[in-house]
Write a protein that binds this ligand. Sequence first.
Ligand code: SF4
Length: 80
Amino acid sequence: MDDNEIKRLRKQSVLKTIDEATLRLLVSDSVFEHRYTICKSCEKYDDQYGRCKMCGCFVKYKTKLKKSYCPLHKWDKVND
Ligand code: SF4
């Protein structure tokens, strides 16, 4: 095994670890769509900036995180 092969395998291993860590943090596409649809129709959604007026978060990102929750209890965090 030469140096390039070792570098390639290390890079592959690092990327796999990042992928796995990301999957642990993010919700599925269907959960994201469900949450995002609720937010976009919420009276506290700021359509101009894409932010929640209650918590100030950018809704497009907030709704992707498993541990996020709506301050008005319209949707909840996801437990593994
Ligand atoms: S997080 Fe809750 S309060 Fe904020 S915009 Fe979404 S549904 Fe509305």
